[in-house]
Design a protein around this ligand. Sequence first.
Ligand code: ATP
Ligand code: MG
Length: 477
Amino acid sequence: MNKKYKFDFELLNSFPEMCFIVSNEGAILDVNQPAVSKLKLNKKYLPKITFFDLIEESHHEKTLKFISNFFNSGKSDSIVSKLKAKNGALDVQFYFSQFSDRGDNSKYCFVLAKDITDEKKKDIDLLRFYRVAENTVNPLQITDITGKMIYVNKAFVHASGYTEGELLGKNPNVFSSGKHSKKFWNRMWNTINEGKVWVGEVENRRKSGDPFFTQILISPILDHDGKVTAFFGVHRDLTEKKLLEKQLVHTQKMESIGTLAAGVAHEVGNPLASISALVQVVQRSTNDEFVKEKLELVKNQVTRISKIIRDLVDFSRPSNYELQMTDINQNIQEAVEIIKVGAKAKSINFEMELNDSIPILPLVADQIQQVFVNILLNAVDIIIESPRGLEKDLIRVCSEVDEDQIIIEFYDNGRGIADENLAKVFEPFYTTKKEGKGTGLGLWVSYGIIKSFQGDLKVSSKLGEGTTFKITLPIHP
Ligand SMILES: Nc1ncnc2c1ncn2[C@@H]1O[C@H](COP(=O)(O)OP(=O)(O)OP(=O)(O)O)[C@@H](O)[C@H]1O
Ligand SMILES: [Mg+2]
């Protein structure tokens, strides 16, 4: 078939994209109306410029090389480039194709320039969004409508402890702590399925099993028709906040127990003193051996109660002893010596790593020593009770300086403390010792003493591995 179309270039004026006819030398032989208006071309000047003059400087070199290759090969091809326009430049995709005029056999080029400025902007926006998403500290997730994760950012991977591969395609409940009811999650699903935003505080569980608290904001992603196509979740890390809240509750609890204890000590202390005095009077004024013996038992019990009362007072009394300059390291050494004297401590290895540069602090040396002895005695008691493998019984005491505070740590390789009992050890009368062996006041009193010097006493432990009590004391209280 030999079809001979006579084709008028003007036909392309109603075509939306920019079109050009360019000669082998680059002369612009024809342009359609969209090109004239988009590039604000003055047709009068067209014969004076070449096609290359329309290309934006930054893309000159690349585009010229492309065009020269194209003319050499004659094969249709395309390239992304930029055209100069009155208000800045236009991003375009060029399509080049060659044809020859049958009359004189010379070669021409048909150029179509598709304006891709909007697409490019969308790409840039998308890239920008992606970079923000990847680098924000907030964990982000996108789930499809069936609830499977299709995107998680780096912060999410970091916070959850899972790899990206382990997360994608899974339901976010892989790190659910199981602490929230079915109703809680149903409410969440109902809200987001209705196209609304849901906000809630949740306790999650990392791969390691540790909890991490976040506030999640889940918003549905809607398409043009308002149909939900996916869900976008942003987490805000609340772990720190929760920890502070917990500490605050703990501190407040200790304070209120302290107030109560002070009251009880005061109320019980006075009658007890009179009982003690009366017992002695009666003991002296009788010759009845039976009565004397029983009164001796009463006296022992009174002494026991008095000791408890003294402990209660120790905790709640704002230190009214005089402060003296105290050498913490020397104080630790003395406490350890006291403990070593006890028969129970014979099998135990004591290690000490005391930092020489610890400054002398204004403290009440006796009280501080009472704390050290309490903690060390507990460690000895626990070690003695703990079944021992090949490991040696060990108590390690370290002291160090950290900026404006000193840190003293007591580690023992006893049986450790279960997570749920960690906070309880500071509570008064909490003891796991046999009746008559411990009152459960040692750590409580120690806590009170350290707090009265604006310091802090904390415990960390792993069941089966050991326990560390950490004391911090401010250098400039
Ligand atoms: N190093 C430790 N390892 C394991 N458990 C410990 C350790 N120190 C303390 N505990 C636990 O904390 C409890 C409370 O200790 P605390 O010193 O307050 O009281 P107690 O030693 O039982 O009695 P008290 O000190 O009044 O004679 C202990 O009974 C024990 O269960
Ligand atoms: Mg104790």
